[in-house]
Design a protein around this ligand. Structure first.
Ligand SMILES: *Cc1c(COP(=O)(O)O)cnc(C)c1O
Length: 367
């Protein structure tokens, strides 16, 4: 007799809706009944609640995470001729935002945590550098203290890409206001995910917050007054209402993620896999659980055959993508990022992953 292998999706975003269906349906109905479908009280309430969750003075809701990064760079006055230090190993959005304001991304390789190596930042600084842009990749905060002190010493600003790190802590304090400005995405698959596109920035700097609010809303502090040439990139009030519900469950959901990560870390110790390195003093949000293997493709194939969904974050680093061909950064220029692209594999993790599925994944990872 053959047993049917379990079918374990990499991530089931619908399960988050199903768990909170009653609350979410009520929140959406409240917006529909209100007749306010752009900005309004729901957006204001979400901004207030998310800022206070992050320990930031200000939050501005925006259309998506890429726009949050782009507007943050604009608010920091980054433009053509400027350079921004970015991780060589990240989702391409980080680099695209830099390119879209006309500046040049200057890559720095990661350390064992897969995040920007602070010891390599200083040598990447030139006369043109304006901003250091660490990413809290896979949900683990980058090493912010040394990055902030290098930036201060060189008169640079720090923009954090926190699209994968909702609720993560660095030295006890939640990510959200360590640097000058922090960019967030609420893409459905993130730890705090909307039911569509949404994003935000958080900051302690009132001027930056006000500037970004104008950029996202036609440069308009009041109807038919346009102070700057802004865009239209506002958070949708329906998404804000959904996010308000989900925010009250974020810590609980992150705790479930941590428990799964702890289980993997313990149970996969005796495999040849290289497991995630967690720096002292940080609490990752465990957006992804990323292992490394020299036989990655074979492992992924075997897991797929066993009904287990996995993904690669990311199969090709930004400097080798067509979008950045004009930088002329050939294969071999960022060997760590290039090696990671060949070796990393993300195992399923999430607040709705069943314990028996976690056991099945662990078993399938033992050759
Ligand atoms: C998801 C993500 C973004 C972009 O967010 P969108 O809302 O999809 O535009 C940016 N940076 C990182 C690291 C991300 O994971």
């Amino acid at each position: 007799m053959t047993t049917v292998p379990p079918t374990i999706p990499f991530l089931d975003v619908r399960a988050g809706y199903v768990e909170l269906r009653t609350e979410i349906d009520l929140a959406i109905a409240r917006v529909l009944e209100s007749g306010v479908y752009i900005l309004g009280d729901e957006v204001r309430a979400f901004e207030h609640e998310f800022a206070s969750y992050c320990g930031a003075a200000h939050c501005v809701g925006l259309g998506n995470g890429l726009e949050a990064l782009r507007f943050a760079l604009m608010a920091l006055n980054v433009g053509p001729g400027d350079e921004v230090i970015v991780p060589s190993n990240t989702y391409i959005a980080t680099w695209l935002a830099v390119a879209q304001v006309g500046a040049t991304p200057v890559p720095v390789e990661p350390d064992a945590t897969h995040n920007l190596d602070p010891t390599l930042v200083e040598r990447a600084i030139t006369q043109r550098t304006r901003v250091v842009l660490p990413v809290h990749l896979y949900g683990q905060p980058a090493d912010l203290d040394p990055i902030l002190s290098i930036a201060r010493r060189h008169g640079l600003r720090v923009l954090e890409d926190a699209a994968q790190a909702h609720g993560a802590r660095y030295h006890g304090r939640r990510v959200g206001a360590h640097g000058d400005v922090v960019a967030w995405s609420f893409y459905p698959g993130k730890n705090l995910g909307a039911l569509g596109d949404a994003g935000a920035i958080t900051t302690n700097d009132r001027d930056i917050a006000n500037h970004i609010r104008l950029l996202g809303n036609y440069g308009s502090p009041q109807k038919y007054v346009h102070e700057i040439a802004g865009a239209n990139s506002r958070i949708d009030p329906i998404q804000a209402a959904v996010l308000r519900v989900k925010l009250t469950h974020l810590d609980d959901w992150n705790t479930r993620r941590s428990a799964i990560a702890a289980h993997y870390l313990e149970a996969l110790r005796d495999t040849p896999l290289i497991l995630p390195t967690v720096a002292a003093g940080v609490n990752p949000a465990w957006h992804l659980f990323v292992v490394r293997s020299g036989r990655r493709d074979a492992l992924q194939h075997a897991l797929t055959e066993g009904g287990i969904g996995t993904l690669v974050h990311y199969p090709k680093p930004p400097h080798l993508q067509g979008a950045f061909a004009s930088l002329g950064l050939r294969s071999g220029t960022f060997p760590i990022a290039e090696c990671l692209a060949n070796e990393v594999l993300s195992l399923p993790i999430g607040p709705h992953l069943q314990p028996d599925h976690v056991s099945a994944i662990i078993e399938a990872c033992h050759p």
